[in-house]
Design a protein around this ligand. Structure first.
Ligand code: MN
Length: 281
């Protein structure tokens, strides 16, 4: 009988994001959702933004719709004000997360609150399964203080935004329709990190800063590594590093997407556009 022991995930490929503009002229780097990596089921998009030049972000994202998936905003620096057509408002601050299930439809604005200084963070889109695309909109929003930090010794730490680590630290984002985990990991130079991941999950590492290797593949800051299947991930930091480790259960469903709508087929997309244009969101 063949048994796989300690089957570590290697790197299937690395991707360097593409600089682009979205919203009202916000400069960002599209890492998932561009031509190089259109999706990594269940993840539809990953945008990274980081600038201390207000011209790069001050326009923000004026009112726009979403249907059929979740948007996850994770902020490292700065402040973003959020406002939707159902009257939900709030300010996302550095270290906080907003996990928004757009479901059947949300029209919202995402506007930087600050006039200057560093704005840095991410937006990740997580697909919803066919049976949940028209679910009621839902927010899970958590400030920096309530996101637990798991210390693993030698200065290795894991901010657990969503999911549960092997050492049983549970992130505040819970009861996800599409099961996923989202960890923000800090590794001093020369340290290692290893963590089991559910075998059927697709997973990626986005290196925010530093240099590290995964099973012999070296990543530089700004690289995304798509991980192969396997039971665990093992990271070795060559320089002081910070990274996102994100994994989710693939949906394996057809995707029909255009702009802010992600459905399963063209008819549903057409319906989304007409519902939006005729004020049914
Ligand atoms: Mn949005």
């Amino acid at each position: 009988m063949e048994q796989l022991i300690n089957n570590r995930r290697s790197v299937r490929r690395t991707v360097l994001g593409q600089e682009t503009f979205d919203g009202a002229g916000v400069r960002l780097t599209r890492v998932i959702g561009g031509p190089q990596l259109p999706q990594l089921d269940p993840f539809l998009l990953l945008d990274a933004f980081r600038s201390d030049d207000p011209d790069d972000y001050i326009g923000g994202f004026p009112p726009h719709p979403h249907r059929g998936f979740e948007t996850v905003t994770y902020l490292l620096a700065g402040q973003v004000e959020h406002r939707d057509n159902a009257g939900h408002t709030g300010i996302l601050e550095a270290g906080g997360v907003q996990w928004m299930t757009a479901g059947s439809g949300v029209i919202h604005s995402e506007m930087p609150q600050q006039q200057d200084g560093l704005l840095s963070g991410f937006q990740l889109w997580v697909n919803l399964p066919a049976g949940q695309k028209m679910t009621a909109p839902r927010y899970q929003e958590f400030d920096r203080q309530v996101i637990p930090v798991e210390e693993r010794g030698d200065g290795v730490s894991v901010r657990v935004v969503a999911g549960r680590t092997s050492l049983h630290t549970q992130g505040p984002v819970s009861e996800l329709v599409t099961p996923a985990l989202f960890f923000d990991i800090t590794l001093p130079a020369g340290t290692h990190f290893s963590e089991p991941l559910p075998e059927r999950y697709n997973a990626f590492v986005y290196l925010i800063e530093g240099t590290l290797s995964i099973d012999g593949t070296t990543l530089e800051g700004g690289n995304l590594a798509v991980l192969d299947q396997g039971e665990s991930v093992e990271l070795t930091a060559h320089e002081s590093s910070r990274l996102l480790l994100v994994a989710g259960q693939p949906l394996n469903e057809p995707i029909a997407r255009r702009g802010p709508f992600v459905m399963n087929n063209e008819a549903e997309l057409q319906q989304a556009f007409s519902d939006y244009q005729e004020g049914r969101f």
